[in-house]
Design a protein around this ligand. Structure first.
Ligand code: AMP
Length: 284
């Protein structure tokens, strides 16, 4: 596995792969890799000849009071995991080269970024769209794989790719969970055992809603209320519980098409998100 830190070396490596007719699959991450990330690597391999993983804790997507400095990091372990997973190139940009000190160009998606996580994290999706665009330009992929875990991020990136004509196919992979159901997240390691137990309420609340939906409850407000009540018993703060159209991210009243039920909540200072898709014709 080739470990690359400079942008020009990465572009050269990808350029050579492309010149040899090899299709490049990209998996962008912030590291502290878990089985969710590894599933994206497997998915990328299915659709590409070479897999490039990037690890970069992107400062511009964190707000001033967020966990940038506490974000878990373990680059040596991540390297091993990528090697074992058969990753071809690992790109680990260095913050001082990746963002020039006078960096002043941003990618702002202005329609889908405002709701859900965008409401409580102003500027977050500007940071995400900008870093992903930069990673695309550094790694020159044919496809890129994102997790359904960060559903809004995926929709925003797909829109950016369409609007800015990136010649890249965006693929999504399902949420990978711990055996008890908690969605895997690098941030889970920051939960105390007591918070870890209460964090299960996110998936439990979603499953309650799925169950009700399957029994015929298609009214968004009633489903949201059920989720809120379950969360309120266990989490320290609910950021949002929303039912939105999977493509437009607009709130839905009655569920007729596939709808994203998305939640964000805090356990102490750890902010967790989770979601499921109701009325998903592929899964129901
Ligand atoms: P992160 O390192 O948290 O920024 O995530 C990098 C990529 O992995 C994103 O596309 C996430 O959506 C995806 N991802 C994170 N957690 C999971 C999970 N539990 N299952 C599937 N994909 C995930």
């Amino acid at each position: 596995m080739n470990v690359i830190t400079s942008i020009s070396a990465m572009q050269k490596e990808s350029g050579q792969m492309r010149d040899s007719g090899l299709k490049i699959g990209l998996v962008p991450t912030m590291g502290f890799l878990h089985a969710g990330h590894l599933s994206l690597i497997d998915e990328a391999r299915k659709h590409a000849d070479r897999v490039v993983v990037t690890i970069f804790v992107n400062p511009t997507q964190f707000g001033p009071n967020e966990d940038f400095s506490n974000y878990p990091r373990d680059i040596l372990r991540d390297r091993e995991r990528c090697e074992t997973a058969g990753v071809d190139a690992l790109f680990v940009p260095q913050a001082d080269e990746f963002y020039s000190p006078d960096h002043s160009t941003w990618v702002c998606e202005e329609s889908l970024s405002g709701g859900l996580c965008g409401k409580s994290r102003p500027g977050h999706f500007r940071g995400v769209a900008t870093v992903v665009a930069k990673l695309f330009n550094a790694t020159l992929p044919d496809i890129a794989v994102f997790g359904q875990k960060d559903a809004q991020q995926g929709v925003v990136i797909k829109r950016m790719v369409r609007d800015l004509n990136f010649p890249i196919d965006i693929l999504f992979a399902p949420i990978v969970r711990e055996t008890d159901g908690l969605a895997m997240s690098s941030r889970n390691v920051r939960l105390s055992p007591e918070q870890r137990a209460r964090a299960l309420s996110l998936v439990e609340a979603l499953r309650m809603a799925e169950h009700l939906f399957d029994k015929g409850e298609h009214d968004a407000l009633r489903l949201i209320e059920t989720v809120r009540k379950r969360l309120a018993r266990s989490v320290d703060a609910i950021d949002y519980v929303e039912l939105v159209d999977v493509e437009t991210l607009e709130p839905v009243g009655t569920i007729q098409k596939p709808a994203l039920l998305a939640v964000a909540a805090n356990l102490g200072s750890v902010r967790l998100i989770d979601n499921c898709i109701l009325n998903d014709h592929f899964h129901h």
